[in-house]
Design a protein around this ligand. Sequence first.
Ligand code: FES
Length: 104
Amino acid sequence: MAAWVKVCEVKTLNNGEMIDFDHDEKKILVANINNKIYATDKICTHAYADLSTGFLNEDEKTVTCPLHMSRFNLESGVPENLPAEEPLKTYSTELRDGWIHILI
Ligand code: FES
């Protein structure tokens, strides 16, 4: 069953930054773009690469995989270029009392 999980204080994740967050077996990427918080799976759907070591594009709201450079839309999880074809799982996020929460 899904539950809200506390991640970190929003003030520790600056605009244009991302962090990785592991919870049980879930490996999650949390990003702040223009002060909106996004959460997706952090392992690329093409091969085993950690997207939290990739590159954020604030204008496109994407993260680029550091291994073969697929760009994933952070809102939908959908890859915008090959070689990745499968979308990332995305998670709802919420701010409560200055803390980021993710529905996992
Ligand atoms: S591992 Fe991410 S695009 Fe290949």
